[in-house]
Design a protein around this ligand. Structure first.
Ligand code: ATP
Ligand code: MN
Length: 418
């Protein structure tokens, strides 16, 4: 076996070395009287968190953790660790998030941290499975782009040879172009970059977006895909991540589908009936409002996930399709979890003239969107889609306090390293 020295317990006549790898801990037992003196002394001198390999025999031992112990014939030190350590790995001393992120390599040696990333892995695996089984094609769209997706200023400019370019904030425009290409069901799991200066527990400047676009579909069709995906992933995580969930002391239940759908207008009523601070038609839902509605839904249904549908056209991006008979409302939705938004989606505008006029009425210049608009002029099918933040999905699933706990190397306003 090979791994890290988690702990050395030297009791004089007997010495226990706890060997740890990503799956857990194993006890290496050395009885002074029974083994070579040199081997015994070497074991007692092992430095915590050094990397070793142990050759020996495995013996059933009721008293050992996991019921087995390893009786060594040889211990090889593969690399010695310095001490003191930048942070404790045994869980005896709690470390601040910043300390943990500064020494992520050590933090990952803690079972609680490993558990989050094993679950994230399994969730992403399940997401891919779900998409493939439902006829989706996986795509990769560029992260270096010339145009902002939705206007606004939340972009990181970069130097691209002698031109200015940006890190893409969303695959939106490209996945729509693929609809014109006839790829009628696509998904992408990739990075999005947002230069927003927020410092919250649910925003990152580099996040992972799970994106979907479907042709010949409306917003209700893609909401169904989304809620079924969420339920499938929860079920898979429950089935395949038992020990990680136990480590984190998380008890998951599969959310009931279909999710409750509240209209934007109903949401205003719910908030205004419960709060001094009033929400007006045309306002976005603040953190405060999200909490009120989230609690209302949880108290009345026992469920955490729900949709807010039919948003005012003016507060949704230009590509959201307005209702034909009441154009001030759009065929758009947000999928929510008790305290935050997990996903935004909509049926998209597929009519070129309407799209152009929507771009203009949001104060954007259609010239910058030429490459995009072109795809609408030669046979663009009606389509709909959504984007969901992977980190927020994991965060709400596991109830982690901070989104940074669900990314290996988070990028935020202050953190660019490691
Ligand atoms: P919010 O209003 O909560 O900041 P948004 O409406 O700006 O989110 P969208 O552009 O709708 O975000 O992006 C779709 C999804 O991508 C969001 O619902 C969220 O899950 C995720 N997402 C967006 N921005 C971030 C971010 N900065 N950090 C983490 N996840 C994000
Ligand atoms: Mn949104």
């Amino acid at each position: 076996m090979a791994g890290w020295v988690h702990e050395v317990r030297d009791l004089g006549g007997i010495c226990f070395v706890v060997l740890r790898d990503r799956e857990g801990k194993a006890q290496v037992t050395l009885v002074k009287k029974k083994i070579d003196k040199e081997l015994f002394d070497a074991a007692r001198r092992l430095v915590r968190e050094s990397v070793i390999s142990v050759t020996g025999s495995v013996k059933f031992e009721e008293k050992a953790p996991n019921g087995y112990e390893l009786l060594p014939e040889e211990i090889t030190v593969l690399n010695v660790s310095n001490s003191p350590l930048p942070m404790d790995t045994t869980g005896k001393v709690a470390a601040e998030l910043d300390t943990r992120l500064d020494s992520r390599f050590i933090d990952l040696r803690r079972a609680e941290t490993t558990a989050v990333f094993k679950i994230r892995h399994q969730a992403l695996q399940a997401i891919r499975e779900y998409f493939v089984e439902n006829g989706f094609i996986e795509t990769a769209t560029p992260k270096v782009v010339a145009t902002a997706t939705e206007g606004g200023t939340a972009l990181f400019p970069i130097t691209y040879f002698d031109r200015e370019a940006f890190l893409n904030q969303s695959p939106q425009l490209f996945k729509q172009i693929l609809m014109s290409g006839g790829f009628d069901r696509v998904f992408e799991i990739g990075p999005i970059f947002r230069a927003e200066e927020h410092d919250t527990r649910r925003h990152l400047n580099e996040a992972t977006s799970i994106d979907v676009e479907v042709s010949f579909a409306d917003h209700f069709d893609v909401m169904e895909i989304l809620e079924n995906l969420v339920a499938y992933v929860y079920a898979q995580v429950i089935e395949k991540c038992k020990s990680s969930l136990e480590t984190l002391e998380v008890e998951l239940k599969v959310p009931k589908t279909p999710f409750l759908k509240l209209t934007y207008d109903e949401v205003i009523e719910i908030i205004n009936a419960r709060s001094e601070e009033k929400m007006h038609w045309g306002d976005d839902l603040g953190t405060f409002g999200e909490h009120i509605v989230g609690n209302y839904v949880y108290e009345t249904t026992g469920e955490s996930h729900y949709f807010i549908i039919d948003w005012p056209t003016e507060i949704k991006p230009f590509y959201a399709m307005p209702y034909e008979d009441r154009p001030e409302f759009s065929k758009s939705f947000d999928m929510m979890h008790r305290t935050m938004e997990l996903s935004s989606g909509a049926q998209r505008i597929h009519i070129p003239d309407l799209l152009k006029s929507r771009i203009e009425s949001q104060g954007l210049n259609p010239d910058g969107f030429e490459f995009y608009l072109k795809a609408f002029e030669y046979g663009m099918p009606p389509h709909a889609g959504w984007g969901m933040g992977c980190e927020r999905f994991i965060m709400t699933m596991l109830g982690t306090e901070n989104i940074r706990d669900t990314v290996l190397f988070p990028r935020d306003r202050r953190r660019l390293s490691p």
